[in-house]
Design a protein around this ligand. Structure first.
Ligand code: DGY
Length: 426
């Protein structure tokens, strides 16, 4: 499958639905590829980082010029990166989107290095990617602290990656949708409408992306209390947890390159403390998203609020509460479901088939399996690992599945599903 989706320099998430290079997909795919071709895994990450903008952002899509424009929406002529993104330093040689995705890349780079340190050293892999990864984190920490509390905000649901999560319903309700006739969706040619976001969601996605583009992809940090935020700004626990995990990985990379790495570990611990301060909700027993514009926590329980289990410096009682919540009625781990769903099973917004409103995703379950192992729960971790492997196989490496039955939904032959199953086999 990974062979089928390989283009020569990177891997597409899906030949039909997502025919270009996606940022966080590539990071997860590299984590699997390292077991079969460490060289290919290094190339995957370097291709993505070659499209980095001058201000440090790593774009969420790098477009393949040989794919027809109408194969995916929004296409390069919508984003207009080389003109609209000029002031932010968009590259001239390649077309990209102008928003970002979760920063899994430094974690991926470290894991890829570990798979074959000899090859990595011989090729100078870490020495080449380190300054780029450091600039990427700098961009997020300095340009995207829109809430003024030390965490990163996303300015579009596509940036967080869980596009139509019920967690975004409240902040998105303030966004006037672009008229339906002003754009044409390409995803419905390949995905069932009941598995995908709605037209109203898309209208809002288009409005937010177009406004950001028309503002030259400029960020306005530092206002405090959301003063610098546009129509949509959310501090999300999964995005920030992945940044922190990657910051710990950057510390290891720095050490491998001969530096101390202690300042980075200390920064990761400070960020963990900010995450707890701003997003931990003791009553819910999990992390919640913060609506920066509205200045309050969003009461929906998305699986994003369990992802910080990945963090080594999490206080012990918080890790224990996260495990209890994952295994309780809202997420059903080890009980009602085969895999952890993307949203609260008890929420009226839960929909077992619709994209990120309930289906189970393989990257999230892979992250939770890591978190369970890290925090001393080998039994539940082993059971989850088995369930991920069985369901990946029985679903034909689906993009996502019904969390109760494992029935495949979305695209078949999905890149990170195959890659992360491969990783769990090793
Ligand atoms: C899509 O097109 O569905 C993606 O999630 C946006 O990156």
């Amino acid at each position: 499958m990974l062979e089928d989706n390989w283009t020569g320099t990177s891997t597409v998430p899906s030949r039909n639905l997502y025919p270009h290079q996606w940022s966080w997909d590539s990071a997860f795919i590299a984590i699997g590829l390292r077991h079969v071709s460490p060289l290919r895994a290094q190339t995957e990450l370097e291709t993505l980082l070659n499209a980095q903008w001058g201000d440090g952002r790593v774009p969420h899509i790098v477009f393949n010029p040989s794919v027809p424009l109408d194969a995916y929406f929004p296409s390069p002529d919508f984003w207009r990166s080389s003109t609209a993104g000029r002031a932010a330093g968009a590259p001239r040689t390649v077309q990209t989107s102008g928003i970002v995705q979760p920063p899994v890349h430094a974690l991926a780079a470290w894991l890829v290095h570990e798979a074959d340190p000899g090859l990595s050293r011989a090729r100078g892999f870490l020495a080449r990617v380190y300054p780029r990864l450091a600039a990427w984190h700098r961009y997020l920490l300095h340009r995207r602290d829109l809430g003024g509390g030390g965490l990163v905000s996303v300015v579009h649901p596509w940036e967080q990656g869980m596009d139509n999560s019920p967690c975004w319903d409240l902040p998105l309700s303030r966004v006037a949708p672009a008229p339906a006739r002003s754009f044409r969706r390409a995803d419905l040619a390949h995905g069932a409408p009941g598995d995908r976001p709605t037209d109203l969601d898309y209208g809002r996605y288009v409005r937010l992306a177009a406004d950001y583009r028309d503002g030259g992809y400029r960020d306005r940090p530092g206002g405090g209390h959301g003063a610098g935020a546009g129509a949509f700004a959310v501090e999300d626990p999964a995005f920030n947890a992945l940044l922190i995990a990657s910051e710990h990985a950057l510390a290891r990379i720095a050490r491998e390159l001969g530096a101390a790495g202690t300042a980075r570990h200390a920064r990761a611990r400070r960020l963990t403390a900010a995450l707890v301060r701003r997003l931990w909700d003791p009553a819910a027993g999990m992390f919640l998203c913060r609506d920066v514009r509205g200045g309050r926590l969003i009461r929906e329980r998305g699986v994003c609020g369990l992802v910080p289990l990945l963090l080594p410096a999490l206080p012990r009682e918080i890790a224990a509460a996260l495990v209890r919540t994952a295994c309780g009625p809202h997420f059903g781990l080890g009980g009602a479901v085969r895999l952890v769903p993307s949203h609260d099973l008890l929420s009226p917004a839960f929909d077992r088939h619709r994209y990120w409103r309930g289906p189970a995703w393989f990257n999230v379950n892979w992250l939770l399996e890591r978190g369970l192992r890290l925090h001393g729960r080998p039994g539940p971790a082993a059971a989850l690992r088995r369930a991920v492997l069985d369901t990946a196989d029985s679903s034909g490496f689906a993009e996502y599945v019904d969390p109760y039955t494992g029935e495949p939904r979305g695209a078949a032959g999905f890149g990170w599903t195959a890659a992360l199953a491969l990783d769990l086999l090793h």
